[in-house]
Every structure is written in structure tokens, then in C-alpha cells.
Write a protein of this length. Sequence first.
Length: 240
Amino acid sequence: MIWYNTAILPMINKEIEKQKAIELRREGKTYTEILSVVPVAKSTLAIWLNSVNLSKKQKQRITQERLAGSKRGGEAKKKQRIEKQNKIFLETKSDILNISKQELFIIGVILYWAEGSKEKEYHPGSPFQFSNMDPKIIQIMMTWLFRVCKIKRNMLIFNIFLHESHKDRLEEVKDYWSKITGFSKDSFSTIYWKKNKIKTSRKNTKEKYYGVLKIKVKKSSSLVRKIASWSERIFEKIVN
């Protein structure tokens, strides 16, 4: 019968793992690939492989694998984020069952308070002007005007603010806002061109960009003053 010193066995196993790791590294394997075969701490692996030289082709292959791994990791995180977002959407939509006319009234006032033009002391009689690039907000504001304020369709005027680099997409942009508002393309004849910045941090600069839509209401200075009063009342009720 052969007796083994049990204290030596772990050392032998470690040496076998080390040689295996070095062998795989010389074949041009990445740390991730080696760790899937040799289950040791990454710090230990780094020490073992510190003196292993790689060819240019092997280095290129490892770099490509790292980039591919990063891409896979990014895609996995994106998938997790989307799944989490969808789960939250499904769970929280039921928090709002119905919107009463009074609630719609307040929603519209708050939206205009945040995004609409206000009457200035040096420019009395300012009309209703509301600008936004979010199609859903535009639709809510139009619903508010029709249902709450009883504004007629023929009282609305539209302006589009668009960056100069999208001149070739003008008809597409008009089609887009026509579908959003339910008004004909002829209603969007007034276009204001914005100068393009050489560098911009904006992400919506390509085919998903449709500019900013401004809604104006004819002869609406009284409505603007009412909104100012409603806004003040909301403030008083919440803060005071």
C-alpha cells in the first residue's frame, strides 16, 4: 500500500492547475476561457500568467474576444433593463384607473404652467402658445383644449421648429405631426429653421427627430390669464 502525504496533495493539484493555465494561455486563450477550465482566483491566474508571452495574432484574438464579451455583457444588461422596465410598466399602470374631467383640467393647467408662454408686463395680451417635441404631451394638450377649454379646431395654428440639417425630411416631418394632431399637412406651412451646432449632446438627431411643435390659439389672451389664475390657485392649495 502506498501512503501519500495529505499536505503535499493540494500543492501537486495547484501545480497541475498552474501548468494547465499556462498551456491554455500559450494557446492564446483569454482569462475567462482559462477560468472556465481552471477554477482559481483571477488574481492567482494573473500571477501565474505574468511571464507568458503571446504572439501578435494571439493578442489580437484576445482583444477581439474581450470586445465580443463586453458586447455580450452589454446586450445582456440591456435585455435585463428592458424586462425590468416592462415589468414595472405592467405593475404600475393599474395605479391609475380613470382620469376625471377635474383631473384633466389640472393636468392641462400644470402642463401649460411648465411649458407654455406666459403673459409679460411689457407684452400684454400674449396668446396661448405651447411648445413640445413629445407627441403624447402634444396630444394631451390638444385634448385639454378641446374638452376642457372648448376651443374649436379652426382656432389652432401650428408652427414647426426644425434643425436645418433636416430640410430634406420636411415632408416626412409634416406627415408625422399631421398624424399626431389629426390636422392636414397644410396646417404645418410655417417652419422655423434652427441653426445646427457643430457638436451637440442631443441623441435625437437622426430619423427619430421631428423637431418641436408649437400650438397657438387665436384670440386667446383671456385664456392665458385664466391659466395664470388657475396656476396660482393650484400653488396656494398645495403650498399654503
